[in-house]
Design a binder for this molecule. Structure first.
Ligand SMILES: Cc1ncc(COP(=O)(O)O)c(C=O)c1O
Length: 369
């Protein structure tokens, strides 16, 4: 059985380093928990080349406080892509704003910048680019659009830690940028974790207040915050793993290149569009095929786990019924949602497993054609 995702091989390989990091937390020292989180915040800010990292309990919380830190009026519009994970859109609503959904770019699975330009209205306060599946959006082009209209950017880096746009790490462009370390991410905690990155010291101070119920000091609450802390044991695990992230990303790129070569003679398998090597960290390797559900069943029968990320467009999620939202454009996104399937890409996969998965897919797709 090749699971779609698993941390067990990684944790097995790193068991000594992880035990050492967790063992170093001094349970008798009341300040040790805070220090463990602060130390991780420092390591993360250095890795991401930003001024500050503010750790929270999840990527969802990170998005909510990153958006609230903008101090935009309630109901302001926030533009994001219609194809993506539920949490991005839900966070916009939970932060008190109105999501405006735009289409994916032609032949891509990330937002179309022309559609972003078209969707801007006098109510637009922010754009949330999601570097989906680990693929960096062209941030210099997006920044130009945002600057022309004096709109903030809050990056959703949940799936793209370590990816670069024009040589610069994603997460370092936005006024604030949200990361997730949930168990499925390429820098993963045991269960949940998140952080907001920023280069603006005032925004960092607001974020620290927002993660503690908006307390400005002395129990005077000046903003509607949330209660969100990164668990120190998660911080200990993440600190142990962060030094390995670049080598894991390199192996993900190798696996992705191997898949793409293996599928070169299967015209019905649409592989992720080639981008500059450093622009993609392959948090997910997501292909498009005509008979996605049939292929998924076939792979399951052959012992290969897969995931459909994501079968529904965000504007169409039942949870959002009754909430203000605007579906600006989604024709290409709907086609993508009907055809995508994500296949295993974690660094601990062997070349033999990658070739087995590729052959199983290629033979199913050619027999179905
Ligand atoms: C693109 C994206 N945004 C936000 C989130 C939310 O992160 P979390 O699960 O840590 O709350 C996720 C998590 O899967 C995600 O993939």
């Amino acid at each position: 059985m090749i699971p779609f995702h698993s941390n067990s091989r990684q944790h097995d390989e790193l068991s000594e380093v992880i035990s050492e990091s967790l063992g170093a937390i001094d349970l008798k020292d009341d300040t040790a928990f805070g220090q463990t989180v602060e130390r991780f915040e420092g390591m993360l800010a250095d890795y991401c080349q930003v001024g500050s990292a503010v750790a929270v309990a999840s990527g969802t919380d990170a998005l909510i406080i990153a958006l609230r830190a903008l101090d935009a009026p309630p109901g302001a519009e926030v533009i994001t892509c219609d194809f993506g994970f539920y949490a991005t859109a839900a966070s916009i609503i939970m932060a008190g704003f109105t999501p405006v959904f735009v289409d994916v770019a032609p032949d891509r699975m990330v937002m179309d910048l022309d559609a972003v330009r078209d969707a801007i209205s006098p109510k637009t306060a922010a754009i949330v680019p999601v570097h989906l599946f680990g693929e960096a959006i062209d941030m210099s082009a997006l920044q130009q659009i945002a600057d022309q209209h004096s709109i903030a950017i809050v990056e959703d880096v949940a799936q793209a830690l370590g990816a670069r746009s024009g040589g610069q790490l994603v997460g370092s462009f936005g006024t604030a940028s949200a990361i997730s370390f949930n168990w499925s991410k390429h820098l993963s905690s045991f269960s949940n974790g998140g952080a907001v990155l920023t280069n603006d010291q005032e925004v960092a101070a607001r974020l620290r207040s927002l993660r503690g119920h908006g307390n400005a000091g002395g129990f005077r609450h000046t903003r509607m915050g949330i209660n969100s802390r990164l668990n120190p044991f998660e911080a200990g695990l993440l600190s142990a793993k962060l030094p390995y992230l670049d080598s894991w990303i390199a192996r993900r790129r190798e696996i992705a290149a191997r898949y793409t070569t293996n599928f070169a003679s299967s015209p019905d398998v649409v592989t992720p569009a080639a981008t500059e090597t450093e622009a993609h960290v392959y948090h997910k390797y997501t292909i498009r095929v005509p008979d996605r559900d049939g292929l998924r069943k076939h792979l399951a029968d052959e012992g290969v786990g897969t995931l459909v990320c994501y079968p529904w467009l965000l504007h169409d999620q039942p949870a959002f019924e009754g909430h203000a939202l605007r579906a600006h454009s989604f024709g290409r996104a709907a086609e993508v949602a009907a055809e995508v399937i994500s296949i295993p890409v974690y660094p601990e996969l062997s070349d033999g497993e990658v070739d087995f998965i590729s052959e199983t897919i290629a033979s199913y797709v050619s027999s179905a054609a």
